[in-house]
Design a protein around this ligand. Structure first.
Ligand code: GLC
Length: 424
């Protein structure tokens, strides 16, 4: 009898607890990227938080193109909408979006100190920590080991070499009836991804980064001209004409189905190229992107994503908790192991389990040292305009509408016009 009573009262308090949990359970909404395995990894991590806290989270996916995603976010923010609590934001946006974001420092208990200081600095605007670093991106050259071996070709170290090898292999494969094969796939659509590609070309020729750290417009140079001239020759020759409309996923689609010798992409493509369903599993190598020439350098654009809490969220404290959970050591470790998303927590690169399971982690750290930042800090609120003008000018050259010299001169003029006396 006593046991039954104990069970009943135990059952009752458990039931009450459950009721209380349901009654206090809130539903947050997070916007996650959906490039490659991003969405499924986001959902997986979010479920772990739900399990821990009892709160629900709706995950919504956003456009793959960073440029389109920004336009969508700007609409949501300008309506002061509380529809989305946590936003996945690009490394170049903290300055642009800071006015709509919550200062996370009262919630972090100093945990941001575990992350790379340059990223924390990037996400700190007027003394406020407006986003937590989530993953960092650097681009690589992906190459087909089997094809280079078959034609006895080295891994290219300059862009010219990449062009020559790509052409040789492509031609010989075409002769053998493999008409689908292209030499090089990359991101040529007129969007932020083209800014990343073209910045790498310029920088690899020692042509700077469009606008330098002091705000000086440096884009119109001989080096930039050489870089754009070479890239212009790829379209239709070693790159499909459709490359002018490629984002990351279109390039990966071609490469992963075995139809390209070389590809420029971020680390996420590595995990997928090695996946069970990949046609090129075990046949891929990655190295630093080529140099502009013997005197040039390896350059990779610094990319990556952060999590930020909207100022219009009804549950900022809870949204901050979700943000801190998703950017934590354990979740970043899972994302690295499963999806090759580079952690922003430095000590993860020394984690023995990570080193054993993902030898690629070492290559990632090295590439961080060779990375070049887009001029989002120097050009302040104008970065998006600067990038738009830049990728449109480059796209015109690639599409054969304008010669590099003319396009660069016009671009410089337009940039001067939007800068006026100084960037603000
Ligand atoms: C990647 C980078 C991001 C960049 C984008 C461009 O997602 O992480 O920083 O803006 O590619 O396509």
């Amino acid at each position: 009898m006593k046991t039954i009573a104990r069970c009943l009262s135990g059952g009752l308090s458990f039931g009450l607890l459950l009721l209380a949990k349901i009654a206090f359970s809130q539903t947050l909404t997070i916007s996650c990227g959906a490039v490659g395995a991003e969405l499924s990894l986001c959902k997986e991590a979010v479920s772990a938080w739900t399990k821990k806290t009892g709160h629900q989270v709706e995950v919504i996916s956003t456009p793959n193109s960073s440029t389109e995603r920004l336009a969508l976010y700007q609409q949501i923010f300008s309506a002061k909408s509380s529809d989305i609590d946590v936003f996945q934001i690009d490394i170049i946006w903290p300055g642009l979006l800071a006015n709509h974001l919550v200062d996370l420092s009262p919630y972090t208990k100093g945990v941001e100190k575990q992350h790379f200081p340059t990223l924390v600095e990037n996400n700190t605007v007027s003394g406020k920590l407006v986003a937590m670093p989530w993953f960092v991106d650097t681009a690589f050259l992906y190459y087909r080991k089997d094809l280079l071996e078959k034609y006895n070709q080295p891994v290219p170290t300059t862009w010219q070499q990449l062009s020559d090898i790509g052409k040789t292999i492509q031609n010989q494969e075409h002769e053998k009836g493999n008409a689908q094969l292209w030499g090089y796939v990359w991101q040529g659509r007129a969007y932020e991804g083209l800014t990343c590609n073209a910045l790498e070309w310029l920088s690899s020729y020692n042509g700077g980064s469009i606008v330098d750290n002091n705000g000086k417009i440096t884009v119109n140079s001989k080096a930039a001209e050489s870089a754009l001239s070479l890239a212009g020759q790829w379209v239709g020759q070693i790159s499909p004409p459709g490359v002018l409309n490629y984002t990351e996923e279109e390039a990966r689609g071609v490469f992963q189905s075995g139809n390209a010798v070389f590809m420029r992409n971020w680390p996420y493509a590595w995990a997928l190229a090695q996946g069970e369903e990949s046609a090129i599993k075990g046949k891929v190598g990655i190295v630093a992107l080529p140099k502009g020439g013997p005197e040039g350098k390896h350059a990779s654009t610094l990319g990556g994503w952060q999590l930020a809490v909207s100022k219009y969220s009804k549950y900022p404290k809870l949204a901050a908790d979700l943000t801190l959970f998703l950017t934590s050591y354990d979740i970043q470790k899972q994302r690295l192991l499963k999806g090759a998303f580079n952690p922003t927590i430095k000590s993860l690169y020394e984690d023995q389990e990570v080193i054993a399971a993902a030898p690629v982690a070492k290559t990632l750290v090295k590439s961080l040292e060779q990375s070049v930042a887009r001029p989002s800090t120097a050009t302040k609120s104008k970065y998006n305009q600067v990038s738009n003008l830049f990728f449109n000018a480059v796209h015109n050259v690639l599409a054969g509408k304008e010669a590099p010299k003319q396009a660069l001169k016009k671009l410089e003029k337009k940039l001067k016009r939007i800068k006026r006396k100084k960037w603000n």
